[in-house]
Design a protein around this ligand. Structure first.
Ligand code: NAD
Length: 293
């Protein structure tokens, strides 16, 4: 079935850019956010801000969610008098939130009973990737649902990988972000060592980025947000704490011990007094400060 109208629920740092990218690709876009303050920013991009969640869930041919937590995803998808009661067409939800595979599978089964689909489709690429339609998406769910929303996915991403059944996208994202959480700490510590030993961090970073210690943290995040101390990547420390916690919960659920990652989670949790949930997550790699431990 053709998709003309896309509903976007959650218009924060990521959802706002996604809504704009969908609009540019020619879709009618209706958005909703519990924060009325998002209305102005959204409407400036030609996206209609719906006063109620039910309006978006009832009018859209496909839905994109960009919400903070799994509980928000569940609350929105199962909102009374909305998606679960719709019978006019099959609606596929593309959930781009970083969520957990257990909630996703449960929710996918519930939506399937009502005739709808759910793809866990977490993203990488930050607010700039969302705004330019160049995200990387890692997708879990049925091949049929994945194929049916191809035009929407193409408008949002430069690369979309169907990694497996329901929950597989969440697993891939948590694996990735567990590495990000640890790399931010280790890369910040490496730069602190360099400075303390007499070599400016900028010089050490140049070498690391041409050698084997490099990562997206050293190649992109340090030069862009940490070295100039702008700390404005658009991803909050609170959401990073959520990701590393979800990764460790998944490890527990599947019965494996990840001592170094567990320690990274502890450092992220303990840094809350210095780096609040609302601060940018790149502060964790600030080698000028000791944000944890
Ligand atoms: P954000 O906090 O900027 O935006 C979330 C938005 O959702 C807010 O505007 C909030 O008001 C709204 N919201 C919360 N509950 C709602 C509800 N029940 N109904 C409608 N709106 C609701 O967060 P973000 O940085 O845009 O991240 C969104 C998701 O994407 C998170 O799961 C995050 O982990 C993930 N993510 C973020 C980034 C990034 O760089 N920011 C990158 C990859 C993935």
């Amino acid at each position: 079935m053709e998709i003309r109208t896309v509903g976007v629920v959650g218009l924060g740092n990521m959802g706002l850019g996604m809504a704009a990218s969908l609009r540019r690709a020619g879709f009618e876009v209706i958005g909703h956010d519990i924060s009325e303050a998002r209305r102005q920013a959204v409407e400036a991009g030609g996206v209609r801000f719906a006063a109620s969640l039910a309006e978006v869930l009832s009018a859209a041919d496909a839905l994109v969610f960009s919400l903070p937590y799994a509980k928000d995803v569940e609350a929105v998808a199962t909102a009374p008098g909305a998606l679960l009661e719709r019978r006019d067409r099959k609606v596929v939800v593309i959930d781009t939130s970083t969520s957990d595979p257990g909630t996703t599978r449960r929710l996918a089964a519930r939506l399937a009973e009502a005739g709808h689909g759910l793809l866990d489709a977490p993203v990488s690429g930050g607010p700039s990737g969302a705004a330019t339609g160049s995200l990387t998406m890692m997708i879990g769910g049925s091949a049929e649902d994945f194929a049916s929303v191809q035009p929407v996915i193409a408008a949002l991403s430069a690369k979309a990988v169907h990694v497996g059944p329901s929950g597989a996208g969440n697993i891939a994202k948590l694996v990735n972000n567990m590495l990000v959480a640890a790399h931010l700490i280790t890369t910040g510590e490496a730069m602190r060592l360099s400075e303390a030993a007499g070599l400016p961090a900028a010089d050490a970073l140049q070498v690391v980025n041409a050698a084997t210690g490099r990562s997206a943290i050293s190649e992109v995040m340090l030069p862009r947000w940490v070295m100039p101390a702008t700390f404005d990547s658009g991803f909050s420390a609170g959401l990073m704490r959520k990701d590393v916690r979800l990764a460790l919960e998944l490890a527990k659920e599947v019965g494996i011990d990840l001592p170094l990652s567990a320690y990274a989670e502890k450092l992220w949790a303990e840094s809350r007094d210095v780096i609040s949930d609302f601060d940018d997550f790149t502060r964790m790699a600030d080698f000028r400060e000791v944000p944890h431990g």
